[in-house]
Design a binder for this molecule. Structure first.
Ligand code: NAP
Length: 285
C-alpha cells in the first residue's frame, strides 16, 4: 500500500509506456520488503535536466534512465561513478548522503551478472561484441573490467566501433574480418537493435554460418525473447542466452545502489516473464 511515508523511484524515458521497469522494480521492492513504489515518467527529449530537479524537489529516491536521456543525465548529475564516467552515460541516479545526485551505469555489469547466473564467466574468455551504441559500449567496458581475454568489436559505423573499442582497456579492437571475429569468439554478444520487435525480426546481426558448437551466443534484445539470432545459434549447436537476464540484473543492481541490498532476481524475472506473457496474449492491452 502506498502511504505518505512511501519512497518513490521511477524510470524516465521517451517513449516509456511499454517499459518493463515498473514490473521488475515492484517485484524487487516486494522481495526486499521495503516501503518503496516505482512509476514511469515520459520525459521529452532534451528535458532530462528538469527530471533531476523534480527528483530533488519531490524527494524521489532513485531514477532509472532509458533512451534518449542517458547522455544528458551523465552531464547534469553532480558526480559519476567510474563506469558511468568512462561511458559518459548513466542509466541510474542515486542520492549521496550529502544530497549529491550520482550517475551510475549498470547495463554492462548487468550482463556480466546475468551470465554468471547462467554459469558463464567472462574472465579469460575471447569475446565478440556486435554493436557500439550505448549498450554495446557499456558491455565492452564491463567485459574489460571483468578480465575478458580479448574483445573484437563489430559495428556498422566504423568510427563508433573505434570509439567503443577504446573502452576496452587495451584489450579490445575493431574486427577487420567480422566473419573471422565471430568464428574465433567463445562468447558472441549482439548489442545492436537488429532483430528487435518493430523492425525486421528475421534479420541477423551476424552471418549464421559463422556460429559454431561450443560457442555462447547472447542476444541482449529481449523483445522478442526468441530472436532470429538465438534460433540460428541453437541450430548451429551454440548455446543461446536471451536478453531478459541482463534486463533483470541491471535493474537489481540499481536497487542495490539505492537500498544497499540486492533484491531477489528470480522474483523479478518471474514478474517480467508473467508480464511478457500477458502482453503476448493481449497485444492491445
Ligand atoms: P543505440 O545506442 O541506439 O545503438 C544501436 C546499435 O545498433 C548501434 O550499434 C547501431 O549501429 C546498431 N544498429 C541499429 N540498426 C542496425 C542495422 N540495421 N544494422 C546493423 N546495426 C544496426 O541503442 P542501445 O541503447 O545500444 O540498444 C541496442 C539494443 O539493445 C536495443 O534493442 C535495446 O532494446 C537493447 N538493450 C537491451 C538491454 C537489456 O537489458 N537486455 C539493455 C540496453 C539495451 P550504428 O552505430 O552503425 O548505427
Amino acid at each position: 500500500m502506498i502511504t505518505a511515508a512511501t519512497t518513490l523511484a521511477a524510470v524516465i524515458g521517451h517513449p516509456v509506456r511499454h517499459s518493463l521497469s515498473p514490473v521488475l522494480h515492484q517485484a524487487g521492492f516486494a522481495s526486499l520488503a521495503v516501503d518503496w513504489a516505482y512509476a514511469a515518467f515520459d520525459v521529452a527529449p532534451g528535458h532530462a535536466d528538469r527530471a533531476l530537479v523534480a527528483m530533488d524537489t519531490l524527494s524521489i529516491g532513485g531514477l532509472s534512465v532509458t533512451m534518449p536521456h542517458k547522455t544528458q543525465i551523465a552531464q547534469c548529475v553532480g558526480r559519476l561513478d567510474p563506469a558511468a564516467a568512462a561511458l559518459s552515460s548513466a542509466n541510474t541516479v542515486s542520492r549521496d548522503v550529502d544530497g549529491t545526485l550520482v550517475g551510475h551505469s549498470t547495463d554492462g555489469d548487468g550482463l556480466v551478472a546475468a551470465l554468471a547466473a547462467e554459469g558463464v564467466t567472462v574472465t579469460g574468455v575471447e569475446c565478440c561484441v556486435v554493436g557500439a551504441g550505448g549498450a554495446g559500449r557499456s558491455i565492452i567496458d564491463a567485459l574489460a573490467r571483468h578480465g575478458a581475454a580479448g574483445i573484437a568489436v563489430i559495428n556498422r559505423d566504423q568510427q563508433r566501433a573505434e570509439e567503443a573499442a577504446r573502452l576496452g582497456r587495451g584489450n579490445a579492437w575493431v574486427a577487420e574480418s567480422p566473419s573471422q571475429a565471430v568464428r574465433q569468439a567463445e562468447l558472441v554478444i549482439n548489442a545492436t537493435s537488429v532483430g528487435m520487435e518493430g523492425g525486421d525480426t528475421a534479420l541477423l546481426p551476424v552471418d549464421a554460418v559463422d556460429l559454431r558448437p561450443g560457442q555462447i551466443v547472447v542476444d541482449i534484445v529481449y523483445q522478442p525473447r526468441q530472436t532470429a539470432l538465438l534460433r540460428a545459434a541453437e541450430a548451429a549447436g551454440a548455446r543461446p542466452i536471451d536478453g531478459l537476464g541482463m534486463l533483470v540484473h541491471q535493474a537489481a543492481l540499481q536497487q542495490q545502489i539505492w537500498l544497499g541490498a540486492l533484491p531477489d532476481v528470480r522474483a523479478m524475472r518471474a514478474a517480467a516473464e508473467e508480464e511478457l506473457a500477458r502482453r503476448a496474449n493481449n497485444p492491445a492491452g
